[in-house]
Design a protein around this ligand. Structure first.
Ligand code: SF4
Length: 145
């Protein structure tokens, strides 16, 4: 084999190697793009859910009637009417009070991840409006299962 022929083969090999590296790079790049698109889709889904979900405020009349609070740590049980206080201090409520949140309430809509933005759930009592996952109201009932 002549020296020129060897050089030509080496060039061919180099070109092939270059094409192979370029293809592999393109595959890796498309993999990263797919991953990025997946994250973008998830963010978009959360944003769509947030756009569809009407938030309920602590001052909403319906929320007030149910003593709803977005931040349960603000609930002052001593200020709740005596008639209702008896209910709150009952054996069942005493033992479960610390664990009562909107995000484990029987009345939250199913599939909270799909229907509400992160940190919120849709409440069936409030006609599907969004409430804070760590919120609470006096209609809280233990979710079964
Ligand atoms: S009914 Fe349940 S989910 Fe709805 S606001 Fe009250 S505690 Fe939260």
């Amino acid at each position: 084999m002549s020296k020129d022929k060897q050089t030509e083969i080496s060039r061919r090999d180099l070109v092939k190697l270059g094409v192979g590296v370029a293809s592999a790079s393109a595959m890796v790049l498309s993999g990263f793009q797919a991953l990025g698109q997946n994250n973008t889709k998830k963010k978009k889904k959360g944003a769509e859910a947030a756009a569809k979900c009407e938030m309920i405020g602590d001052n909403d009349p319906m929320a007030k009637s149910q003593s709803y609070v977005a931040d349960k740590s603000k609930v002052d049980l001593a200020k709740i009417e005596p008639k209702e206080k008896a209910q709150y201090y009952s054996k069942r409520m005493e033992t479960e009070w610390k664990d009562q949140y909107c995000d484990n309430c029987l009345l939250m809509a199913p599939d909270p991840e799909k229907s509400a933005p992160k940190g919120f759930v849709k409440c069936q009592l409030f006609a599907g409006k969004c409430v804070a996952g760590k919120g609470w109201c006096k209609s809280w009932a233990k979710k079964v299962g």
